[in-house]
Write a protein that binds this ligand. Sequence first.
Ligand code: ZN
Ligand code: ZN
Length: 163
Amino acid sequence: MTEIDDADRSALKAAGLRVTEQRLAVLRALDGSPHASSDEVHARVVEVLPRTALQAVYVVLAALTGAGLVRRIEPAGSPARYEKRLGDNHHHVVCTVCGSVSDVDCVVGHAPCLTPSNDAGYVVQTAEVTFWGLCPRCAAGDDEAVDETADALADEPEVVVAR
Ligand SMILES: [Zn+2]
Ligand SMILES: [Zn+2]
């Protein structure tokens, strides 16, 4: 058993979730592939648990997201993506051409990092910031990268997962 497994086990227990092989496999998949879509997580999970259905991965991701162990991000026009990096109020930069996602540290260092000019009486806790632009590959005009990812995105099934 690796140290990562130990940390994941403790995190599951602390969140009141039963430790299962599937949940550990999903958390491990997100370690190796941050901002993965549910399909990408599934592809990694079946490497270790070959009989895992995509539906089971949706259920696990929903449970982990609900327990606050995983963050779900949903850039406009992109399938939902999942990551383990939590609690640091970081933001994302998304490529408008190929849809790749990278982390960007919080602009200010604490939440909320934007102050609305009028909060309408709400107590504002966070601001969700998505930066849009061209990733280095697309900016360099690497057409092959674009084609590959466009194909991958076209294969993405339309699935609604409860938050
Ligand atoms: Zn790109
Ligand atoms: Zn991130």
